[in-house]
Structure formats: structure tokens, C-alpha cells
Design a protein around this ligand. Structure first.
Ligand code: NAD
Length: 499
């Protein structure tokens, strides 16, 4: 096993740059080019990683293409055994995954543990998927005919993933596709090449997955578009699986439409929490705090808009601000860290500009509001209006807005006033009312009496509109996304032809 934490101890250049994983081999990039991966808290070099070229991506695609038929032909129990083995090995190695998530991406300990807890669940779901039904028998209007709708693996899947839940979101991007008999090439984010890709390559290799079934190519930010273009335009890649920003998702979606290639998208969110007037106030504050500030708000499901019934607005705001002021940003190496660093300077500057612009336009800062690089204080804004960018754009940082709702209808209208539609929550003591409101919110996931941040691998994680257009990311959704369906009919008894 590699020591993935080796280089973060002394900020020294790694003894050897981290390599690509292609066709079961650790390979340097053609031309030996590398890019730097930094610890966001200290700014120290965390790793140097191979910066893949076009030739490397081509080699990874060729390996995935060559490995796919034999992988798909394995009996389901044989395919499943690799996922069970990976789950077992992951549990043994979890501590190192946690430490790398903390050092490479600024995850707090609790967030890293939560992320790791999802990994064995997803691996076991994938194992179970190998024997799920993949066909249907349909009635026929023609006597003696049998109609079958059967599914086969799509082939090769090109996967691109983000840095914020790098381990789990990379895994989710390909694990069910593999279980269904596809092979994959993963390009993790340049901010998390180790936790988002290379450690999983090692895990899958050690679990015995055959060479070429799972490949990882890493690139710096400048190389990402080249990988995206290859996945879109190379005929050997059959489906794309993208998790990341709406901006990049739109570029890839447009390119895939031109190439008539399917793409699974999981993008950003502008997620509301509706706090109704009968809500338990303390519970509502805790749910809002967790939703807004878990992983310093860098989660696609983060609660960006807390909509509170007029009757309890003042009391809610007072308690929410008081709680938030208790949490100052800290180094995520401290186990109690809740508000850790922002992933990179580009993101820190974007958040700072968004909050400053809102203030200039009349928004009031109730808590936080300032950057102390690499941190941004836990921030609550009020007096935000729909004309402000912060009303419409995903913040993706430790800041949220609190708004007053005059009625339940007003709260629903404000919740739906967004091009996104990922997650939402409703807090109320009237469960039936909460469920009825949930059905009127334009979001792929609505949680009654919980936070917007919630995931269970077997459930249909999905977003509407700018959040990804309705793709379902659970094992069941994967059957739709990563297999191709054929209608095969058999005429058992000759029928009357018209001429
Ligand atoms: P990003 O879109 O900048 O990067 C995501 C991935 O795309 C990275 O691997 C990056 O290298 C790659 N990429 C960048 N430019 C590319 C291009 N032109 N072609 C192909 N690939 C390219 O997003 P990020 O900053 O890593 O993550 C933050 C965003 O991701 C937020 O908007 C967040 O909401 C979203 N996100 C969504 C989910 C979800 O499940 N809905 C989960 C996590 C993150």
C-alpha cells in the first residue's frame, strides 16, 4: 500500500510523483509532466501528480474498451465479489482515507467520517446490482409474438468528478456503471486527485478488479477540457458521468448533444429550508446550521436560503445568529473543526466578491462576512432581494441568507424562485402539511424535518433544471443511465402478412 500522506508531512517534493492508473499499471504521464496538489489549510504541497496528455487519455480509453467484453461476460456473483472485497479493504483503510480527505481537501473530521461511511454502503449496493432485473416481457397485439425489452451494458463510461466530496462522488459516478458490466475512466478534480481518484485505483486494484476495468487519469485544471473533449468525441466512450458545477455541466451537455452521446449530470443547487410557524425553533436552528455550514457550505445540497414564517422570524434569527457566532474557522486537523478552509483561492475570492456585492446592494450581515484566508467566516445575510446575485447564484461557501415569508404560499414561491432544483427541506410539527408542501417544491429531493444535506446511496439522488435535469443517481437510476435497452421480439407462430 502507498503512504498517501507521505508528502504532506514536511512540504517536501514527493519522492516520486503520483502516477496515472491505466490498464492495471501505475504509469507516469507521457512526457513526465506533473501538476501540484496543495493542502488548502496550510498551502503546503500535498502531492505532485501526473498531468495526463491526450496520449494518456487515449491509452486509458483503449484499456477500458478492451477490458469491457470480458468484464461484462463474468457471472454476476464473480463481478459482485470484487465490490465486496473493495468494501472490506476500504473499512481496513478508512483511517488513511479520512486523513487524506482532511489534508488534501480541508474536510473536517466529522465530514470525512460521514463521507467514508457512504463508501461501503455504495460498494455493497453495487454488488447487489449485478443480479437486479434488467429486462421486461411486454404483451403483444400480434398472436404468437413475444416482446422482450432487454438491457446490456452501455460500454465505456467517462467520469469527471468534483473535489468537495471527492471520494464518494467519484465512486458514485462509476461504481454502479461497473457493476452493470461497463468499464470506466475517471478524471478526478485537480484539487483532489488523491482522495478523488488514485486511492480508489489502488483500492480497486487490491480488490482484484481486472486490468482496464477501472482507470484513473489526473490532470491540472488546464487539462480538464482536453479530457472532457476526449470523452465526448471518442467513439469508444459511450456515456459520460459528470458531477460538478452547472457551468461545466452545461458545456459538456451541449457538446454531448452535438455528438448524440448520453450524459448523466449532477450539478449545483440553491437549496431552501422552509421553517413553518409551528416548527420546533431549536431544532429548526440546528437543521439550518448543519445544512448551511457542514463542510463550510461547500456541498451541492448546502442550505443557501432559509425561509422563515413571519411569526417566528425574529426569534429564529436571534437563535441562528447566536449559534453561528460560536463557530470560528479552525484548522481541520482539530477534531472539533466545523468551519474549515475554502478549497482554493479562486473559490475564496468568488465567495468574498458575492458577499461584498450583496452588502453594497443593501444586504445586512448578521454574522461573519469576512475572509481570513484560507477561511471565510460563517456568514448570515438578511435583507436580501431577488435582484441580488446571492439570491440566485449558488454560494458554495459558509454563507446563507435568511428571508421572511408572509404565508406558506409565499415560502413555496421563494423556494421555487431559482433555476436550480436539487434539495430542499421543510421544518414543521405538522407532518402531513410538510409532505404536502414537499410535493410542491421544485427539487429532486425534499426532506421533511431534516436538513437539505442528506444522502443514502440506495435512494434516487437527483436534481431538476440547472441542478442536472432529472438524472437519478441511485443504483436503480444507474440501470437507465448506464445500459442500453433493446426491444427484441420473437414471432413464435407465423402470422398473416398483408401481401
Ligand atoms: P467544476 O465544475 O469546476 O469541476 C468539476 C470537474 O470538472 C473537475 O474534475 C474539473 O477538473 C472538471 N472540469 C473543469 N472544467 C472542465 C471542462 N471544461 N471540461 C471538462 N471537465 C472540466 O466544479 P468543482 O469546483 O469541482 O465543484 C463545485 C461544483 O460542483 C459546485 O457547483 C457544486 O454544487 C457542484 N457539485 C454538485 C454535486 C451534486 O451532486 N449535485 C456534488 C458536488 C459538487
Amino acid at each position: 500500500m502507498f503512504d498517501w500522506l507521505e508528502t504532506s508531512k514536511d512540504n517536501a517534493a514527493p519522492s516520486e510523483a503520483r502516477k496515472l492508473f491505466i490498464n492495471g499499471e501505475w504509469t507516469p504521464a507521457a512526457g513526465d509532466t506533473t501538476f501540484d496538489d496543495h493542502n488548502p489549510t496550510t498551502g503546503d504541497l500535498f502531492a505532485q501528480c501526473a498531468d495526463a496528455s491526450q496520449a494518456d487519455v487515449d491509452a486509458a480509453i483503449a484499456a477500458a474498451k478492451a477490458a469491457q467484453p470480458a468484464w461484462a461476460a463474468l457471472p454476476p456473483a464473480a463481478r459482485a465479489s470484487f465490490f465486496y472485497k473493495a468494501a472490506e479493504l476500504f473499512t481496513e483503510r478508512q483511517e488513511q482515507f479520512v486523513q487524506v480527505l482532511i489534508a488534501e481537501t480541508g474536510s473536517g473530521f466529522g465530514k470525512a467520517m460521514f463521507e467514508c461511511s457512504l463508501v461501503p454502503l455504495a460498494l455493497r449496493e453495487a454488488a447487489g446490482l449485478t443480479t437486479r432485473e434488467i429486462g421486461e416481457i411486454l404483451p403483444s397485439q400480434v398472436p404468437g409474438k413475444v416482446n422482450r425489452a432487454v438491457r446490456a451494458p452501455a460500454g465505456v463510461v467517462g467520469v469527471i468528478s468534483p473535489w468537495n466530496f471527492p471520494l464518494y462522488l467519484s465512486l458514485r459516478g462509476f461504481v454502479y456503471a461497473l457493476a452493470l458490466g461497463n468499464t470506466a475512466i475517471l478524471k478526478p478534480s485537480e484539487d483532489s486527485p488523491v482522495s478523488g481518484g488514485l486511492m480508489m485505483a489502488e483500492l480497486f486494484a487490491d480488490a482484484g478488479f481486472p486490468a482496464g476495468v477501472f482507470n484513473v487519469v489526473t490532470t491540472g485544471r488546464d487539462g480538464a477540457a482536453m479530457v472532457g473533449d476526449s470523452f465526448v468525441n471518442d467513439k469508444r466512450v459511450n456515456v459520460l458521468s459528470f458531477t460538478g458545477s452547472t457551468h461545466v455541466g452545461k458545456i459538456l451537455n451541449t457538446a454531448c448533444a452535438q455528438a448524440f452521446k448520453p450524459i448523466m449530470l449532477e450539478l449545483g443547487g440553491k437549496n431552501p429550508i422552509l421553517v413553518l410557524e409551528d416548527a420546533d425553533l431549536d431544532r429548526a436552528v440546528d437543521l439550518a446550521f448543519f445544512g448551511a455550514f457542514m463542510h463550510q457550505g461547500q456541498i451541492c445540497m448546502s442550505a443557501d436560503k432559509i425561509i422563515v414564517a413571519d411569526k417566528i422570524y425574529d426569534a429564529f434569527l436571534e437563535k441562528f445568529v447566536a449559534k453561528t457566532k460560536n463557530f470560528v474557522p479552525t484548522n481541520p486537523q482539530e477534531q472539533t473543526c466545523v468551519i474549515g478552509p475554502i478549497i482554493n483561492d479562486r473559490q475564496l475570492q468568488r465567495i468574498t466578491a458575492l458577499i461584498a456585492e450583496a452588502q453594497e446592494q443593501g444586504a445586512k450581515v448578521q454574522s461573519g462576512g469576512a475572509a481570513q484566508a484560507p477561511f471565510f467566516e460563517a456568514t448570515i445575510l438578511t435583507d436580501v432581494t431577488p435582484e441580488m446575485r446571492v439570491w440566485n447564484e449558488e454560494i458554495f461557501g459558509p454563507a446563507t441568507i435568511v428571508v421572511r415569508a408572509e404565508s406558506v404560499q409565499d415560502a413555496i414561491d421563494m423556494a421555487n424562485d431559482t433555476p436550480y432544483g436539487l434539495s430542499a427541506s421543510v421544518v414543521t410539527s405538522d407532518i402531513a402539511m410538510g409532505e404536502m408542501i414537499a410535493e410542491r417544491i421544485n427539487a429532486g429531493m425534499v426532506h421533511v424535518n431534516d436538513s437539505t444535506v442528506h444522502d443514502e446511496p440506495h435512494c434516487p439522488f437527483s436534481g431538476f433544471g440547472a441542478s442536472g435535469g432529472g438524472g437519478k443517481w441511485g443504483p436503480k437510476g444507474a440501470i437507465q443511465a448506464f445500459t442500453k435497452q433493446r426491444w427484441i421480439s420473437t414471432q413464435r407462430v407465423p402470422h398473416q402478412l398483408p401481401f
